[in-house]
Write a protein that binds this ligand. Structure first.
Ligand code: IPD
Ligand code: CA
Ligand code: CA
Length: 276
């Protein structure tokens, strides 16, 4: 397959990412609930990695290399398995297990996240919730799908009727007071705030119209790249806290149904300069 942005090449790339994600999901499920605590390491404070993350990443990288040999790969657990790439236009962005803390504790969800970036734009996104066997896919310009059915963001336009999702700070606490102030405001203004523990699934659920908005600070490209495209292709909006679009590398993300975006941005104002 020659990587380009043409529709048939993107379909082939999407199919390769789906196959890799489903195969990874089978490996993840084989180990679910049996992770030996001795195989859990801390990469940084509270930042876990298990031997399963590493095995799953190796398998995904092999699968993606077989499908699109020239493309570069940016993957969470280091790039020792990716080949030297000569292709500057195409790059896979991979999180082998998004939600490792959930996985290590045997708590769903946990997911595989695979995106393809072409000329600095995310063009394919696949999120596979391995715990619940839900598959989310999108190709830029062609819509977003949950288990093969087209997704659309919610139509709720009053924060009072909305359910939000977020990621709590767990590695860096320098801005915890600003975060708690924002959370306090959302507790009072919305139906509630959830913290399922998997950014890619949070984004998929905004695309699916389950959650109305998601915000989190300090995320990496592999946490958000695929999920962002799902939200955009489901008719939603994704920006940083200053309303700048395409925040793959911004370490701040607000994804919403679009209707409540201005009010969410206003409430997130105290976090505008926070990226940790
Ligand atoms: C984490 C999850 C979590 C989010 C963290 C991420 P990981 O990914 O997406 O929801 O709050 O910030 O790092 O480390 O389990 O791949
Ligand atoms: Ca992650
Ligand atoms: Ca991960």
């Amino acid at each position: 397959m020659t990587p380009s942005a043409s529709s048939s090449h993107l379909t082939a790339a999407r199919d390769a990412a789906v196959d890799a994600a489903r195969r990874a999901g089978r490996l993840i499920r084989q180990h679910a609930g049996t992770v030996n605590q001795a195989s859990v390491r801390e990469k940084g404070i509270h930042d876990l990695v298990t031997v399963v993350d590493e095995q799953v990443q190796q398998q995904i990288v092999e699968d993606l290399n077989a499908a699109l040999p020239e493309a570069a790969i940016l993957a969470e657990e280091g790039d020792e398995h990716s080949q030297e790439s000569t292709d500057t236009a195409n790059r896979w962005i991979v999180d082998p297990i998004d939600g490792t803390t959930n996985f290590a504790h045997g708590v769903p969800p946990y997911a595989v996240s695979i995106a393809l970036e072409h000329d600095a734009q995310i063009v394919v996104g696949v999120v596979y919730d391995a715990a619940r066997d839900d598959l989310f896919t999108a190709i830029r310009g062609e819509g977003a799908y949950a288990n093969g059915v087209r997704m659309a963001v919610s139509r709720r336009n009053a924060l009072n009727d909305c359910l939000l999702t977020t990621g709590f700070p767990y590695r860096s606490f320098g801005h915890i007071d600003a975060y708690l102030d924002v959370l306090k405001a959302f507790f009072q203004k919305t139906r509630g705030v959830r913290r399922p523990g998997v950014a890619s699934v949070d984004l998929a659920y905004v695309a699916w119209g389950r959650f109305d908005a998601f915000f989190e600070t300090g995320l990496s490209p592999w946490d958000v790249a695929a999920g962002m495209l799902l939200v955009e292709e489901a008719g939603g909006m994704v920006t940083d806290y200053r309303n700048d679009p395409s925040p793959v590398f911004a370490r701040q993300i607000l994804a919403s149904n679009g209707l409540i975006h201005p009010e969410m941005l206003e409430a997130l104002r105290p976090m505008q300069d926070v990226t940790l």
